[in-house]
Design a protein around this ligand. Sequence first.
Ligand SMILES: NC(=O)c1ccc[n+]([C@@H]2O[C@H](COP(=O)([O-])OP(=O)(O)OC[C@H]3O[C@@H](n4cnc5c(N)ncnc54)[C@H](O)[C@@H]3O)[C@@H](O)[C@H]2O)c1
Length: 243
Amino acid sequence: MGSERVALVTGAAGGLGQEFCVALAERGYRVAGLDVADLTETGERAGGSFLGIQADVTDRTAVAAAVEAVIGHHGHLHIVVNNAGIYPAMPFEETTIEDWRRVMRLNLEGPFIVTQAALPHLRAAGWGRVVNIVSAVVFLGPPDMVAYTTSKAGLVGFTRALAGAVGEDGITVNAIAPGLTSTATAARTVGADGGFERVRDLQVIPRVEAPGDLVSTLAYVCDEGSGFLTGQTINVDGGSAMH
Ligand SMILES: NC(=O)c1ccc[n+]([C@@H]2O[C@H](COP(=O)([O-])OP(=O)(O)OC[C@H]3O[C@@H](n4cnc5c(N)ncnc54)[C@H](O)[C@@H]3O)[C@@H](O)[C@H]2O)c1
């Protein structure tokens, strides 16, 4: 059944988003990836029918055109993975209003814009999956990530309320919360200066999380048999937060 479903993944040029594109393509989904950055590498890894679209998730016109491009290329749209996001660490007192808005705009407005543009196609198909990538920070609340934690907690609220708004249409809405995961961006930022090791030591599974650790949960949420799973936040962080 996977091969009949079409997925759009945001933030697909690298990191988790690229891994999600490759994993979905391997499982037979037809995949489109959206990113402000170049998607050539993702296309090479995902292969076959992958469609890469260079666009900004905060630009409503560009996102509308991107969704139409997905329909033009794949014919349908069933799955939206809202993955594009930024996670700057900064002391709360030094956080400017511009910093705050930048985080909210990408991490919260982005999923709103992309999901709203995609939804008519999920409704038309009578089947859909919206998957929001949040973070274990929503359970842990790290003090140097107030803006980020607030944005991802907002995305948890979005997940719950939207699940209620689309439940009658065969569409589920769930969130996946990774712990600190070894992507290039994480290595440059929160993972630097021993960050990976500090987080690893908070986990009950004593190794650094890899992008591949999230794939089975994405596949589970998207599965045909998961139509009764909605409004949930699934925490995949090696057990550093338990809820
Ligand atoms: N890596 C981690 O440790 C970790 C942990 C928890 C949650 N997350 C979340 O997972 C997601 C991916 O994280 P990652 O580590 O893979 O980061 P990443 O930086 O590798 O990937 C994010 C992608 O989003 C793209 N992007 C940025 N702004 C965009 C915009 N305006 N429009 C479209 N694309 C845009 C970037 O070009 C990049 O390719 C983020 O939402 C992040 O908050 C990551």
